[in-house]
Design a protein around this ligand. Structure first.
Ligand SMILES: Nc1ncnc2c1ncn2[C@@H]1O[C@H](COP(=O)(O)OP(=O)(O)OP(=O)(O)O)[C@@H](O)[C@H]1O
Ligand SMILES: [Mg+2]
Length: 691
């Protein structure tokens, strides 16, 4: 499979095109359609015309947002409150771009997460204030349906092209009532809107593989979040890490999205002046407090009034950051800067805030008044709010859940896994070449293994080597790939693209063929060169089955470690520890009956103990050994059963296979339960108690 054409072909053949005469380019939802659109009763209601068609204007207002985390000093046992955000208020109206600016550590990401209702649950954290959508409180599920969050780090598969990435997201997130062609048309409209036409067939790429440029990657990431046609888009530092030209192009896109009626809220660290000019509203933070909130164009005047006049040749963004950043270079500078910040925060709390709120409630700028008037002809906030409240009662859960069936989710995840893995040609080539080379080397080393007394050690040694090799290669294959995919998977699961079970099963099935190529190739070469199993074909078949079962168990173990490990580094550190413990309890380095009685139970946690026993029984049960090389006076081991008795291996091959299957099932159950448990959970915003 070289690209997504297989998926496309299958889809377009299976999915009948929309026959009710409504095409994807029909005018989009009008007043009152929100209920219908979310119900997705008909294909037309759920088929957005294009990315620029905003279905539902959102006005976000937040008041007195406070966020603190308390921590206990281990020495003094005193509890201290770290105030991350203090009384932050403001609005983000439909059709506008709101920038959250401030020095590093000022609370931009924290505020953005809170506004997006995506503040991760943190022990001892307290979050209070109010967050309203069109002046009403809104149900979380509804909120997530109407909003999207673009993370600072782009989380996409490096091996897929821009089009494939967006197309897969569309198949996951768009209604099943939309035909494949409609989805394709919709994706193309997003690609067009984001200016990605030129690079639509270029792979996303990463640090190792060259792909699209940084700006294009960021825009592709925004595109993925635009698939569900959100009314409100939150972005954490969308321009960080980009050069100023790329940053400008990303911000132009956001400006365009705002103009098309969406609410855009972005945290931005240090925008160039042309980017600053694109902001409608500016929320300036310092030390977790608001220093300014209002029209970005009014900020220069406000700071001049406070005695901080921005020189005409300066970028206002740079100047404001200089003014509101604490300066820790010397004690004097620190005191001076902190005094300045305190004064600005206090003034804002007193006068500034009042002025801006007044403006928001009554006056407003000409531009605002115009946009409000425009809104009245399409959808008033009141109507929207009442409809939203209605929606939370009326709309079935399904509308906030998965858009495609479990089988469809599984098949898409499976095809994507195959596609991504098969494109990694270097890895596959390395596996094949390495296995053949290594197999020939090992085969050469053991090629003179006969049936004399010393061959007993050789046979047992090569079998235990197989056990280690099969476990390591399968486990590490999945450790690397699964941990790398985790960020994408978490994002997609949070976006309700697919269920954990569909993803888990697809990932397992998709990985199997690629993980098995190497070990099976390696096993086959060594088996026949060394002459294991007395050259018996049936013995060889059982040998391959055992290798496969060991591989399944190792993959499942790798999945457990990958699910609990936060990073690839952590996973590759935990992995060898687990394998080394299993090697020690595998029955080769220490006889299982020599283990201290209080440690015997550990052998049952070691998949190598069963794996080695299975391979040893298959190899040795019927073998006869000669005594020609016996050292005089020493006893002669005449058959393999004596070796097995010495190793204390009493199970049959069938029993070992059964236990390996049970072992694998238990591991999968644990890995899956951990995956479900590890899904992202967010904090609720509490109402402030009035004393
Ligand atoms: N879970 C947490 N535990 C302790 N402190 C936290 C936690 N989350 C945030 N903080 C602190 O809150 C402050 C604000 O963090 P935040 O990430 O919101 O800042 P920021 O303005 O986005 O910074 P940057 O520009 O570097 O991204 C920082 O001092 C940070 O250390
Ligand atoms: Mg941040």
């Amino acid at each position: 499979m070289s690209d997504l054409k297989d998926i496309e072909l299958g889809e377009s053949l299976k999915t009948p095109s929309n026959t009710n005469g409504v095409t994807g380019s029909e005018p989009h939802l009008v007043k009152g359609d929100i209920t219908e659109s979310l119900k997705q009763v008909t294909p037309s209601a759920s088929a957005p015309a294009s990315a620029s068609a905003n279905k539902y204007p959102i006005n976000l207002s937040f008041k007195d947002v406070c966020y603190s985390i308390s921590s206990k000093d281990k020495k003094t046992k005193t509890v201290t409150d770290k105030q991350i955000l203090t009384n932050i208020s403001g609005q983000a109206v439909s059709g506008s771009v709101v920038a959250i600016m401030g020095p590093t550590g000022s609370g931009k990401t924290s505020l953005l997460n809170i506004l997006a209702k995506r503040c991760p649950i943190t022990p001892n954290a307290k979050l209070t204030g109010s967050l309203l959508v069109n002046e009403k409180e809104v149900d979380d599920k509804m909120f997530y349906r109407l909003t999207s969050y673009v993370m600072q780090d782009d989380a996409m598969f490096a091996e897929l092209s821009v089009f494939e990435t967006l197309m897969i997201a569309a198949q996951f997130q768009l209604s099943k009532h939309m035909s494949f062609d409609e989805k394709k048309k919709y994706v193309m409209s997003i690609i067009q809107e984001l200016g990605l036409i030129k690079c639509k067939d270029t792979i996303i790429g990463d640090a190792r593989t060259r792909g699209v440029s940084g700006g294009e990657r960021k825009r592709a990431n925004i595109g993925v979040e635009l698939i569900k046609n959100p009314s409100c888009l939150f972005l954490d530092e969308p321009t960080s890490g980009l050069d100023s030209f790329q940053a400008q192009s990303v911000m132009s896109c956001l400006r365009q999205l705002g103009t098309s009626g969406r609410t855009v809220v972005a945290s931005i660290h240090q925008p160039r002046s042309s980017i600053f000019a694109m902001f409608d509203k500016l929320l300036l933070l310092s030390e977790g407090k608001c220093v300014f909130y209002g029209d970005a164009s009014a900020s220069i005047k406000y700071f001049t009034e406070q005695g901080h006049e921005c020189p005409t040749t300066f970028n206002p963004a740079d100047y404001f950051l200089d003014v509101v950043s604490p300066d820790f270079r010397t004690k004097e500078l620190e005191v001076e800067s902190m005094d300045r910040i305190k004064k600005l925060c206090k003034t804002w709390e007193g006068n500034g805030e009042a002025e801006v709120l007044e403006e928001a409630e009554g006056g407003g700028t000409e531009e605002q008044t115009e946009s409000e008037t425009k809104k009245e002809t399409t959808y008033t906030p009141q109507e929207g709010a009442s409809l939203m409240t209605t929606n939370t009662d009326v709309v079935a859960d399904d509308n906030f859940g998965y858009q495609s069936s479990w089988l469809k989710q599984f098949s898409l995840c499976f095809k994507r896994t195959l596609l991504v893995t098969s494109r990694n040609k270097m890895a596959i080539g390395g596996k094949v070449f390495g296995s053949i080379f290594f197999g020939l080397v090992l085969g050469a080393i053991y090629s003179e293994t006969s049936y004399d007394q010393k061959s007993i050690q050789d046979r047992v040694g090569v079998l235990f080597f197989f056990t280690i090799n099969q476990t390591f290669s399968n486990m590490f294959g999945v450790l690397n790939s699964f941990t790398a995919d985790k960020v994408v998977v978490e994002r997609e699961r949070a976006a309700k693209s697919y269920s954990a079970s569909a993803f888990y099963l697809a990932k397992f099935c998709g990985e199997v063929p690629f993980n098995f190529i190497g070990p099976i190739l390696f096993g086959t070469i060594v088996f026949w060169i060394v002459g294991l199993g007395q050259g018996d074909v049936l013995n060889f078949i059982v040998f391959v089955i055992l290798l496969a079962l060991i591989g399944f168990a190792a993959i499942a173990l790798g999945l457990i470690i990958a699910v609990v490990s936060p990073t690839i580094e952590a996973a590759t550190a935990f992995g060898p520890i687990a394998v080394v413990v299993m090697i020690l309890f595998g029955g080769f380095y220490i006889n299982i009956e020599s283990l201290p009685s209080w440690l015997t139970w550990v052998q049952y946690l070691s998949l190598m103990r069963f794996a080695f026993e299975g391979l040893a029984v298959n190899e040795l049960a019927d073998v006869q050994f000669t005594c020609e090389d016996i050292i005089e006076g020493n006893p002669c081991t005449t058959d393999g059963q004596q070796v097995l008795d010495r190793l204390k291996f009493k199970n049959s091959v069938a029993a070992v296979c059964f236990w390996l299957v049970v072992y694998t099932c238990i591991e999968h159950f644990i890995a899956y339960a951990l995956l479900v448990r590890n899904s992202r959970k967010y904090m609720n915003i509490e109402k402030k108690k009035v004393d």
